[in-house]
Ligand binder design. Structure first.
Ligand SMILES: [Fe+2]
Ligand SMILES: [Fe+2]
Length: 172
């Protein structure tokens, strides 16, 4: 029997017999997927100045990475690479929309990031971008006193670490 599930990190709903092993939208791990019924997911968080600065920085990181991945999905010279970068672009765009909701912005800003034709260069760039994102999210999680902001940053550390693995496997 199908049920309605919901991701605690991005708030998006999913229909299926079982919860997905990762959120199909933001990539959050399975402990963040719960039955939607009676689940509260809030983006209405009181932000300190530090939280606001870090959330705004995170939004820019995600917009920049999503733009890079969507560019690479079009331009990269490898068929599987196109699919990988499309999947990564969708996840990073979802992350940008989490920060848009937290910051109560009317829309997600546009990015202007270029990419490469050569798949290997895109994989190397992906790895560098994910490493930078992880380092920043770890710091931002530690700097916040808000349980919700910490939860989102910590979940993003796990998700972006999964992304590192994807480029590492292909760069071997
Ligand atoms: Fe999610
Ligand atoms: Fe992300």
């Amino acid at each position: 029997m199908v049920k309605l599930w919901r991701c605690v990190i991005c708030g998006d709903p999913y229909i299926g017999e079982n919860p997905p092993p990762n959120c199909p939208f933001c990539g959050a791990h399975k402990e963040y997927i719960k039955e939607a019924k009676d689940l509260e997911v809030t983006f209405d968080v009181v932000l300190t100045d530090k939280d606001r600065t870090n959330a705004a920085y995170a939004l820019n990181v995600e917009v920049s990475n999503a733009t890079f991945y969507f560019c690479a999905a079009e331009e990269t010279d490898d068929l599987e690479g196109k699919l990988l970068f499309k999947a990564l672009g969708k996840v990073e765009a979802e992350h940008a929309s989490i920060w848009k909701k937290i910051l109560k912005l009317p829309e997600v800003p546009k990015g202007h990031d270029p990419c490469f034709k050569e798949n290997r260069k895109n994989l190397i760039e992906s790895h560098e971008r994910e490493e930078r994102a992880i380092a920043f999210y770890k710091k931002a999680a530690a700097e916040s006193d808000s349980p919700r902001i910490k939860e989102i940053f910590n979940a993003l550390v796990e998700i972006e670490t999964d992304h590192l693995f994807l480029s590492e496997e292909r760069l071997k």
